[in-house]
Design a protein around this ligand. Structure first.
Ligand SMILES: NC(=O)c1ccc[n+]([C@@H]2O[C@H](COP(=O)([O-])OP(=O)(O)OC[C@H]3O[C@@H](n4cnc5c(N)ncnc54)[C@H](OP(=O)(O)O)[C@@H]3O)[C@@H](O)[C@H]2O)c1
Length: 474
């Protein structure tokens, strides 16, 4: 019986909650998992929440779907996804859709989409953010693939997505791998956001001697203003938490080595390929890497630090808040630049304002701030950098003196703030009339005859550095 509106195969944390979300919204959901016990458990524990159609084989799963069939894969990213795609495709017919909701690399998604398109099937690589809770209560959904597939699939996804002011946090991002790309950049921005929050905490604790509990209050207060966001909110929760076993602040009993699953690294790798300086994300990835080298850290512990601590007053709290906001604007501006560059490289034409709109709810970086980004791109869809938007430019002007004091204070007392410092350097570099890149061009021409252009006339030139030092057109 072909009764199900949509199917989910892979019923671990994410798939199971996504299936429940569809069922709770009145959709009949076909469910399947390689190990059948997971399917049975889902139906036993949550069968009452809606209409589930369990299957013990992929064939049965596919035949329980209404045409055009829509099957979401929520399995471990990588070879498992390819294996499941192959099993599904073998039982499907032209016009059917395979939706990959896992964290696939966008280049894999491009490859899979092209291969399935040849077979007449739609492949919709879909970024899903919000973790376990989001999958159940409303994630932010970033589907790629053909616009034609979105016409039938979109309404189902929009139904289960988070809503902000009645608008679903789901939109067709663009063709083939665009959805997974944007999800990857979202995760990269999440890395940068968390790094900046961590630096704020560290600097205020070191400079002012505030306790984690006192800092929880600071973040709680910040969450009432322009920094209002999920990450700031949970920072207050984590800092305010006491370890029940020892009575110490929770943050003090956690090993200080940050792990990563790889999407931050992918974002930076892609940015390097595209030539987009995503310094905020890169510094965040490197800071996590550095934290994970305990041997080097132990060997360096006795290296010299600053002689005396700088005098820092309570006004540092407000300075750090402003520096955090300014650095966050830079990190987001860079992430959006990467989306623009990828759109040009891969022919996607992503609507950046729409991305800001669907990140307002459901996902980890959800924030009040995203409304401002949406407004900026609505006012000027061709905005060359978010920093040039009049609202953000004014916010940066307002924050910059504080930002400079924060970076100077951190350097003076020896607290590392790579996120703040690199964001400020980016800001200062971008607004410069002349950059020292001119000298670099001179050096390249000197040692490698790499040539240069001049400010005063057209053409490409080389100076005969080892000879008469005369300039000739190259
Ligand atoms: N966890 C999150 O917060 C989160 C957020 C966003 C996206 N994601 C992505 O969503 C996907 C699912 O995540 P998850 O945490 O729910 O699950 P997971 O731990 O990544 O994967 C476990 C699932 O994959 C299945 N599986 C593994 N190898 C398979 C194979 N060769 N053939 C068929 N099935 C196979 C498992 O089936 P068995 O039960 O038979 O082992 C199980 O259903 C992943 O791509 C993940 O990166 C996760």
């Amino acid at each position: 019986m072909r009764t199900a509106d949509i199917g989910v195969t892979g019923l671990a944390t994410m798939g199971r909650n996504l299936a429940r979300n569809f069922a709770r919204h009145g959709h009949t959901v076909a469910v399947h998992n390689r190990t059948e016990s997971r399917t049975k458990q889902l139906v036993e524990e949550h069968g009452h929440e809606g209409a589930f159609v369990p299957s013990s084989s992929i064939e049965e799963f596919v035949s329980s779907l209404r045409r055009p069939r829509k099957a979401i894969i929520m399995v471990k990213a990588g070879p498992a996804t390819d294996a499941v795609i192959e099993e599904l495709a073998a039982c499907m017919e032209p016009g059917d859709m395979i939706i990959d909701g896992g964290n696939a690399h966008f280049l894999d998604t491009r490859r899979r989409e092209a291969a399935l398109r040849e077979r007449g099937l739609h492949f919709v690589g879909t970024g899903i953010s919000g973790g376990e809770e989001g999958a159940l209560h409303g994630p932010s959904i970033m589907p790629g693939g053909a616009a034609e597939a979105y016409e039938t699939l979109g309404p189902l996804l929009e139904d289960i997505a988070a809503k902000v002011d009645g608008t679903p946090c789901c939109v067709h991002v663009g063709p083939d791998g665009a959805g997974h790309f944007v999800k990857m950049v979202h995760n990269g921005i999440e890395y940068a956001d968390m790094q900046l929050i961590a630096e704020s905490y560290d600097l205020l604790r070191q400079a002012l001697g505030l306790s984690p509990g006192e800092l929880a209050e600071v973040f709680r207060e910040w969450n009432r203003g322009e920094l209002e966001s999920y990450l700031i909110e949970i920072t207050a929760e984590v800092l305010g938490h006491t370890d029940p076993a020892t009575g110490r602040p929770f943050v003090d009993v956690v090993v200080d080595q940050a792990e990563q699953k790889g999407t931050g690294r992918w974002t930076v790798q892609s940015a390097l390929e595209l030539g987009v300086p995503v310094t905020g994300i890169a510094e965040a990835v490197f800071a996590r890497s550095l934290s994970g080298h305990p041997g080097q850290r132990a060997a360096a512990r006795s290296l010299a630090g600053p002689a005396a601590a700088a005098a820092a007053g309570a006004e540092l709290v407000e300075d750090v808040r402003r520096a955090l906001y300014a650095s966050k604007i830079v990190a987001y501006a860079q992430g959006f630049d990467q989306i623009t560059a990828a759109g040009e490289e891969y022919g996607w034409n992503v609507d950046r304002g729409a991305m800001a709109t669907i990140w307002r709810g459901g996902c980890i970086i959800r924030a009040r701030f995203l409304d401002r980004i949406r407004t900026a791109y609505e006012a000027d869809p061709a905005l060359p950098t978010l920093l040039a938007d009049p609202t953000f430019a004014a916010a940066l002007a307002d924050a910059q003196e504080s930002w400079r004091r924060v970076v100077a204070t951190a350097a003076t007392i020896g607290v590392p703030t790579p996120g703040f410092s690199s964001a400020l350097a980016y800001y200062d570099a971008l607004r410069r009339d002349r950059l020292p890149a001119a000298l670099i061009q001179g050096l390249r021409d000197f040692f490698g005859a790499h040539t240069y252009q001049r400010v005063d006339r057209e053409g490409v030139f080389h100076t005969d550095w080892s000879g008469d030092r005369r300039e000739r057109p190259a």
